[in-house]
Design a protein around this ligand. Structure first.
Ligand SMILES: [Zn+2]
Length: 278
């Protein structure tokens, strides 16, 4: 699985050195057991079907169909899979309506969501070759983003969602890994961005998934198939369950949260220490 570092590693005296921000914000969260351990265990999630109403999102190369339709269907399928697993699920929009990005965050706030997942499909039109899966979480402070799309990317800023850097990455990786099994490992990586809309202001772990390219004929055909969207939904649910297990497991693993180790200035896990020592 491809994972974008914030900084290129450097060779010094024939040894590979990673930037300290990458060590702390990219490597360390993945060396822990991968569980998110939210402070509360209500298992409430807000799913955000990208776009809607006048904002159609990307157009499918295969005809007059748009991203907003496919994200809504994917979200509904995901909602029903997660509900069956005992999650309380809310959608930011349940029909073809337009919703400002700030309102999407407000829904998560209002519902006191433990997690937030925004669903999108990509486009590189007129290029029809580009294909594959991307999963985004908010860039940690001090790190340049993998993607900036024309908005400001000030690495010195800290946003509310930066309190969840470790959990964001764990959720992104677990979900991305599950989705890659569905799309045949066409991997464009777990990436970081300071998207102005749905990630920055979240008071909970949050990710944004780009589930394939509507500008690519092969992927557009797959995305247009309900059975494929059901597999995408199942995979996201599997990733969420892997990253945020039930109450019992959370109680067992409660010592491992990123926040705790940051707050107490705890040392790196043993494996990371060995990596540093080497
Ligand atoms: Zn989109």
């Amino acid at each position: 699985m491809e994972l974008r570092l914030g900084f290129a590693p450097q060779m010094i005296d024939n040894q590979i050195f990673l930037n300290a921000v990458d060590l702390k914000k990219t490597i360390q969260p993945l060396l822990s057991d991968g569980t998110i351990c939210p402070a509360k265990t209500n298992r409430i999630i807000v799913i955000d079907p990208g776009h809607g109403g006048e904002d159609s999102g990307a157009k499918s190369v295969l005809g007059n169909r748009y991203e907003k339709e496919f994200t809504l269907d994917w979200a509904r399928r995901l909602a029903s899979v997660l509900s069956a697993k005992g999650w309380q699920v809310y959608l930011t929009r349940a029909n073809d309506s337009e919703l400002p990005l700030s309102n999407r965050v407000a829904v998560a706030e209002q519902r006191k969501a433990d997690l937030f997942v925004s669903l999108h499909f990509n486009s590189a039109a007129p290029d029809n070759q580009q294909a594959g899966l991307e999963t985004y979480c908010l860039t940690p402070t001090g790190m340049p983003s993998s993607l900036t799309r024309g908005f400001e990317d000030d690495a010195t800023l800290t946003f509310p969602n930066n309190s969840f850097d470790g959990q964001n990455l764990q959720l992104a990786c677990a979900t991305h890994r599950a989705l890659l099994r569905v799309n045949g490992n066409h991997d464009r990586g777990v990436r970081r961005a300071r998207f102005p809309g749905v990630l920055r202001g979240q008071q909970r772990p949050a990710i944004l998934i780009e589930g394939g390219y509507l500008s690519n004929p092969r992927e557009a055909r797959l995305i247009s198939e309900p059975g494929y969207r059901q597999k995408l939904a199942q995979a996201v649910a599997d990733g969420i369950e892997a990253a945020a297990p039930g109450e019992h497991e959370i109680a067992v693993n409660a010592n491992d949260t990123d926040q705790k180790s940051e707050a107490t200035g705890e040392a790196l896990p043993a494996e990371a220490q060995r990596a540093v020592a080497r």
